[in-house]
Design a protein around this ligand. Structure first.
Ligand code: SF4
Length: 325
């Protein structure tokens, strides 16, 4: 695996960047601020439409993430309205981000139509697609590759955990092996993969976090999204929470675990996010999830005060006795 060593060297504690933050990475890459435009592409998910199951993952909200997006508007209109709004004045470059549900779950022809519908302005310089690993195939990888090099293309793949037992509990309905295959296939077509994991899933323990980090480090991923598990109304997790079968994690636990992940993560992986976007009106617990700053400032403070940085224990990630959460 080729690690972008030059880039890593730019991000060492001597210049006070303790982990690679997406906004800084994009600014370095494109020479200016780059923001995302969240898009609801009108997709569904095989874990919801009955192909695999109907209930979805236990934490998945009714809108399949991206609750704030308006699925009543066409894709082009969503982009246009975003660019015309105050948010469109905050940058000159944007990434069209297909966010809700499984954004590769359609025919290649329909996918092309939907992706093309977002690329309506010269300010759009990238295409980001959130999906699940069992909805990636070679034709889709070829389609995504066809947008390069004009556009930066990345795929966000849900892993959530590398512990197969927890994978069953959360009802994700795919395996680590399927995740690995999707990463390698996308890599073959030069498409950046951003993995998505959740801290605080039911039955999680130190070992499952360590195994997840080891698994991620072993794959040619370019980025990572981490967020804490939160309970949203009308989900299976909400039922578990109300029945006393699930206890949400504390902010302290999250910051300690996040610190473990960052310090053991490969030093070239860009952290795309470290906090979730819990929808205020639907959130049942934990309350601290609504305070992104508590998380972002909390981890900055912890890394600074304990003199920790990304990848400092990367070599020891598999050694249970060397470093603990
Ligand atoms: S794969 Fe994603 S969209 Fe589908 S049920 Fe799970 S979380 Fe929801």
């Amino acid at each position: 695996m080729i690690i972008e060593l030059n880039y890593f060297l730019c991000y060492n504690p001597s210049i006070m960047r303790r982990y690679i933050k997406l906004n800084e990475y994009l600014k370095d890459k494109f020479g200016e601020r780059v923001l995302k435009i969240g898009i609801d592409g009108g997709f569904t998910c095989p874990n919801r439409d009955g192909t695999l199951d109907t209930g979805g993952c236990i934490f998945c909200s009714e809108r399949g993430s991206g609750e704030h997006l308006k699925n009543t508007e066409s894709i082009s209109m969503q982009v246009k309205n975003h660019l015309l709004s105050y948010r469109g004045k905050r940058a000159n470059k944007f990434i069209a981000y297909f966010q809700n549900y499984t954004n590769t779950y359609d025919t290649v022809e329909n996918l092309k139509q939907k992706y093309d519908a977002a690329l309506i302005d010269d300010k759009i310089i990238g295409l980001a697609i959130a999906t699940r690993p069992d909805c990636i195939n070679e034709d889709i990888a070829k389609l995504l590759n066809s947008y390069m090099p004009k556009y930066s293309v990345w795929v966000e793949l849900g892993l959530q955990t590398a512990n197969e037992e927890i994978g069953k509990i959360i009802h994700r309905k795919y395996t680590n092996n399927q995740f690995q295959k999707a990463v390698l296939l996308l890599n073959q077509y030069n498409i950046d993969v951003i993995a998505h994991i959740i801290v605080g899933l039911p039955n999680e323990d130190e070992k499952s976090i360590q195994d997840t980090v080891l698994f991620l480090n072993s794959l040619p991923i370019k980025g990572l999204k981490v967020h804490s598990c939160y309970v949203v109304k009308n989900t299976k997790l909400a039922q578990m929470y109300e029945n006393g079968e699930y206890t949400p994690i504390t902010l302290d636990y999250y910051l300690n675990t996040l610190s473990y992940i960052i310090t053991h993560l490969r030093p070239d992986i860009v952290l795309h996010r470290i906090s979730g976007d819990a929808p205020k009106d639907f959130l049942l617990a934990p309350d601290w999830n609504l305070h992104k700053k508590w998380i972002i400032n909390g981890i900055d403070k912890k890394l600074e005060s304990e003199n920790l940085w990304q990848g400092m224990y990367y070599e020891k990630a598999g050694d249970n006795n060397a470093t603990k959460i």
